[in-house]
Design a protein around this ligand. Sequence first.
Ligand SMILES: NC(=O)c1ccc[n+]([C@@H]2O[C@H](COP(=O)([O-])OP(=O)(O)OC[C@H]3O[C@@H](n4cnc5c(N)ncnc54)[C@H](O)[C@@H]3O)[C@@H](O)[C@H]2O)c1
Ligand SMILES: [Zn+2]
Length: 784
Amino acid sequence: MTDAQTAAERIARLRSEIDEHNYRYYVLDAPSVPDAEYDRLFNELRALEAEHPELVTPESPTQRVGGEALAAFGQVRHELPMLSLGNAFAEADLLDFDRSVRKSLDRGIEMVEYSCEPKLDGLAVSLLYENGQLVRGATRGDGSTGEDITANVRTVRNVPLRLHGKGWPALLEVRGEIYMPRAGFEALNARAVESGAKPFANPRNAAAGSLRQLDPKITASRPLEFCCYGVGRVEGSGLPETHAGVLEALKRWGLPTSRELKLAESVQGCLEYYRAIGERRQSLVYDIDGVVFKVNRLDWQRELGFRAREPRWAIAYKFPAQEELTELLGVEFQVGRTGAITPVARLKPVQVAGVTVSNATLHNMDEVARLGVMIGDTVIVRRAGDVIPQIMQVVPERRPAEARPVEVPQQCPVCGSAVERTQLVRRGKGKAALSEGAIYRCVGRLACQAQLKQAIVHFVSRRAMDIDGLGERIVEQLVDTGLVKSPADLYTLSFEQLVVLDGFAEVSSNNLLAAITASRKPALARFVYALGIPDVGEETAKRLARALGSLSRIEKALPEVLTWLPDVGLEVAHEIHSFFEDEHNRTVIGQLLARGIELQEEGGLHAEFAACASLGELLDKLGIPGIAATGAKKLAEAAGSLEAVIELSQDWLSLSVTKGLSEKARQALREFFADAANAECARAIETQLREFGMHWESERKTAAGLPLAGQTWVLTGTLESMSRDQAKARLEGLGARVAGSVSATSTCVLAGPGAGSKLAKAEALGVEVRDEAAFLALLRQQEG
Ligand SMILES: NC(=O)c1ccc[n+]([C@@H]2O[C@H](COP(=O)([O-])OP(=O)(O)OC[C@H]3O[C@@H](n4cnc5c(N)ncnc54)[C@H](O)[C@@H]3O)[C@@H](O)[C@H]2O)c1
Ligand SMILES: [Zn+2]
């Protein structure tokens, strides 16, 4: 085979490959390879054609502007073609460009003035203004024929529908880029992922896909912006004789132009501009993929003219690509501080934006599923700024036969404990139900070395057990030397063990031991917080301690029961429950107590629980499909007790005459309680609620035995120790009614700072007024 033959074959291959990429990029707005890969193919083709000029044909992608007009849109002919730009990828390319500009002008010019503009990554559009009115908008298409997108362009907020001021030419075609700012792009993609739609690969494709919509309403809903960078056809006068001057005039007429526009005296200034804006690339609110330099003098531009697909007076100097192709060699699983197991991609090392990338985050298994990535796949990695490299998409055409799926290990790679999938609460129609989440977690918690150091740092922190003198470095030593294998081991440390450690002396060892001893009597809330239960912060820990009063109650509380606490959702409730179910955690807690931790429990108080349960609520929380809150309430009223509900559900005849239930709800109820486990679970919840001191609504109505029964209280002003809602709950727990306004029959007004007219009225009517201290004293006396 001759050289020319091989070249011809390669050229044919490249052309068909590039044509396919053009189609995916310009027509479908869904490229399958990164720009860097496309540019490599394109440059290879260009180089081969330069070596074999006889093989150049007018159909070659190097001779044409990529893209074609979709038939679904009307077509627009560009009388002045809309061209592409030549590319520079290195400083030398730009210097060559400048040299050839000066040579072509051919009069010994030493310095050419260039305008410098960011190269926005969107799509080129042409806007036609007749007598100052926007009459047509079009895409670039293949350069000579574009798509009529007038209706869509009109929805882009910063496109003026009529030009401002005066002095504009009677016919003015402006050209610019429609793009999507990054923040808008991220929000749009987040919505897409949420609704199960396919996200866009990047802001450029999102902009193109949004603009080329047959329904302009969709375009209107997308965060698009326009930036003007030049003119096309012009009839009439009014335009200056330099490029920068033209843009200045367009800006006066209300057309948005780039704020980054600068003039450079010579190509040296261009290089400086490129460096400076490259450094700010990440902080711009939109994506740019390079810089465009244009000869500023328009007479010189005209003199220089065009080549096949690009002007001779402008060039795009591209930034190093932020996206590259590489291969996924494997997936490792890392264990984080909270036990979350995250997949990390091991990649065949590749240069991305000037740095070798060999790992990328995969976030979680949902992301792995969304990407549909398999080990062995060719993937697009993106590295932008300091952000951790990410896998953007798979190139499905390049999947090898031996590709393997990504599998989550069944055992924690660090401690060997089981790996569990988190439960996720999904809400639909007001119902909470659990389904499987994307996060996998090592259940080893306190027993897992990966979680241990951080667990101990948290355990001893100021708001937790508050052990002074146990910084991260020391914790590290204690764990690494094996002295501490769980937080409980802190309470076995001896002077002899400490004093030999790095950075320890007699005094510091004694101080630490004293601090450990001083931590032995924590309040229950602190202790619960210190355990580091996922999603349980200080506030939730306080809630648990106050409502349940003792560690033993917290330990055995059922998740559904926990959801009666304000601000405790089903997800957190399950975290708490499974934490205490875990054997390792139980062992550690047992050791802590055995080694002298004396919890300061709040005792038998559980007033937050006392007032707020009803059978209807219980039925609602069971999440029986098809039974919403109102249905649950009706059912509770009809049956009167849980046992009666269970009985009723199995008695088809009685059920069929129960009012307020649809046929579907009846069926669901029957099926739900036909499962003995569900009935057992409901009974367990009820039993626990009663055991924890919950008063049922029906009982509350006749709660004559309660200390404040028959009293009516009114709350006004703010309280320090609790919210008004909490105060209300506690009063109701003691049998009082809480009313919104003061009357002669009110028993007492509880007034905090900022109390207003209610206080005045109480005083006028001679109703008793109590302050917070007196109220707390009453609670202590009555609830205790
Ligand atoms: N990934 C793929 O499969 C794939 C396929 C086709 C094309 N591409 C990408 O598209 C490029 C080719 O596209 P192209 O022909 O549109 O060329 P281009 O994007 O490299 O340059 C020309 C375009 O730059 C834009 N531009 C932005 N700011 C400008 C400014 N200030 N002044 C003038 N123009 C400005 C205009 O839209 C103009 O049409 C390739 O280099 C590649 O990066 C990628
Ligand atoms: Zn583990």
